[in-house]
Design a protein around this ligand. Structure first.
Ligand code: SAH
Ligand code: SF4
Ligand code: F3S
Length: 479
């Protein structure tokens, strides 16, 4: 089979931030009518890896596929379109994708008309795209994070031609509105506010895979929030690789604090956001979070390391002292604040002393939850070129030690909930016990309790009786 390349990814272009202002356009599907006939009675299967940005992209792809008549399926064998939406942030995320495609490629032999597509962050890296093409000649569509809005036309082209299609453009300062969406959930929603990342932390591939920072227009965001409120959504989460950068690329005069405040006034019961880079977290944001009851007092504030030297090498633009003084300001101004973080252990040449700085920072901040990672070199990033003298055994040992330190505080914090009554947004059956429901407190603690499934999607009061490291056990309080 021949390959048609519309655009091929290029890391040099992906790194370029010289593009002028963000431009806006509306999604259009050229072959909409033809696809209505083709998709009728057919199914699609999507599997998404990675962060909330990818989950939200999946919702857009589902919305588009459903708009022409495809129906979702959890069984790849019965699907006419299979999409694997990938993540590139660490090697283990990529390994899982290789495994899954290895299992799915047989389906193309059984069904010549099957569209087998790979999209998301992995294919934005030229060298990975080469590997994928060599290992999986069965895959007949590759598209990037900037081509989501073109999905239907790409599928149409693959179905009507005998070639493999690659459409991955590395540079675009564009925001596309009006895409369809089929949300995963009818009471909790993700709302994109800014795409891309311009921070270029030296270890991170995301600025290359997601491109330049592009904010959505303030009114487009507010229209989406208003619509969600009308549909009785209980919780929205504003999404961006760095939400604090919102508006800096526009001339609208609105910043992220304005987005939070305007949304809070609309009265959605729970407003969350992720992620905030510590570097440009403004005092104005802190004040708005403190002021509105429906903005959750939860801040995800990735620290990555507690060592000044490692932070400098990571290109994080703050040091330990600045981070700690930001935490202090937040804790003073936002009573009941719950802080979470991301931490990387084993950055190239990290010394035992530098690692101990991370442990001591963790002990000072007292996070209520944390995501911890062992450093994974990403080809094309500056850190990947640094020769590393730390063995993997040392990195794993440090990782375990860090988790132990974090858990001491997480457990202590969980214990403070026992005896109290908390508002819980009910998600559904507990994953571990079918007779129990589960949901999250405002501070994002997982709670299990007995209750009727009619409570799903509602905010209820739960009295906490027992605490575990990563969850609480309680009982419904009848009002
Ligand atoms: N934009 C978000 C994070 C996106 S990636 C932010 O800056 O907070 C999520 C987390 O993955 C990062 O916070 C970091 O801790 C981790 N990460 C990113 N690149 C990594 C790498 N090369 N190796 C290990 N962990 C990494
Ligand atoms: Fe990656 Fe840093 Fe951007 Fe987060 S802020 S996505 S860690 S480059
Ligand atoms: Fe992964 Fe891409 Fe998100 S690399 S973490 S899916 S932005």
């Amino acid at each position: 089979m021949k390959t048609k390349v519309v655009n091929y990814p290029d890391l040099i272009k992906a790194r370029d931030r010289s593009a002028s202002k963000t431009t806006f356009s509306h999604a259009k599907i050229a072959h909409f009518d033809q696809m209505l006939k083709i998709a009728k009675g057919k199914k699609y299967y999507i599997h998404t890896y990675g962060c909330q940005a990818n989950v939200r992209d999946e919702e857009t792809m589902r919305g588009m596929l459903e708009s022409v008549g495809y129906v979702q399926s959890d069984i790849p064998d019965e699907a006419s379109v299979i999409i694997i939406n990938t993540c590139a942030v660490r090697e283990n995320a990529e390994d899982k994708v290789y495994g899954e495609i290895g299992n799915l490629k047989r389906l193309r032999k059984q069904n010549k008309n099957l569209v087998l597509a790979i999209c998301g962050c992995m294919v934005e890296q030229p060298e990975i795209l080469e590997i994928l093409q060599k290992r999986f000649p069965e895959v007949n569509l590759y598209f990037g994070t900037h081509e989501i809005d073109q999905l239907i036309d790409l599928v149409y082209e693959v179905i009507n031609n005998d070639f493999r299609l690659i459409s991955i453009e590395s540079k675009k300062g564009e925001v596309i509105e009006n895409n369809s969406v089929s949300r995963n959930n009818n009471y909790k929603a993700y709302v994109n506010i800014i795409y891309g990342c311009d921070k270029f932390c030296t270890y991170c591939i995301v600025p290359y895979t997601r491109g330049k920072e592009r904010s959505r227009k303030f009114n487009d965001i507010m229209d989406e929030v208003r619509e969600l409120k009308k549909q009785n959504y209980q919780e929205i989460t504003f999404l961006g690789q760095n939400v604090n950068a919102y508006g800096k690329d526009l001339d609208e005069g609105h910043d992220f604090a304005d987005v939070l405040e305007e949304a809070a006034k609309m009265g959605i019961p729970r407003i969350r956001f992720t992620t905030s880079h510590p570097w440009d977290f403004s005092s104005k944001m802190i004040e708005v979070i403190a002021k509105y009851d429906n903005i959750m007092k939860c801040i995800h504030l990735p620290v990555q390391s507690g060592s000044d030297e490692v932070l400098r090498l990571m290109g994080r633009r703050y040091n330990r002292e600045k981070y700690l003084s930001l935490v202090k300001e937040m804790r003073e101004k936002i009573p009941g604040l719950s802080l979470s973080t991301d931490i990387i252990v084993g950055f190239p040449n990290e010394t035992e002393e530098q690692f101990n700085d991370t442990l001591s920072l963790v002990d000072i901040v007292k996070y209520e939850s944390a995501f911890t990672f062992i450093y994974s070199p990403r080809r094309g990033t500056p850190a990947a070129k640094i020769p590393d003298n730390v063995s993997y055994a040392d990195k794993s040992r440090r990782f375990k030690e860090l988790v132990k330190h974090l858990e001491v505080n997480i457990e202590k914090d969980a214990l403070t909930y026992v005896g109290g009554v908390y508002k819980v947004l009910v998600d559904g059956e507990s994953k571990t016990d079918k007779n129990m429901l589960s949901g999250y407190t405002e501070s994002n603690k997982l709670v299990h309790f007995k209750g009727d499934s009619s409570l799903v999607g509602k905010i209820v009061k739960v009295k906490i009786n027992e605490s575990h490291t990563y969850s609480l056990l309680g009982e419904l309080v009848n009002e």
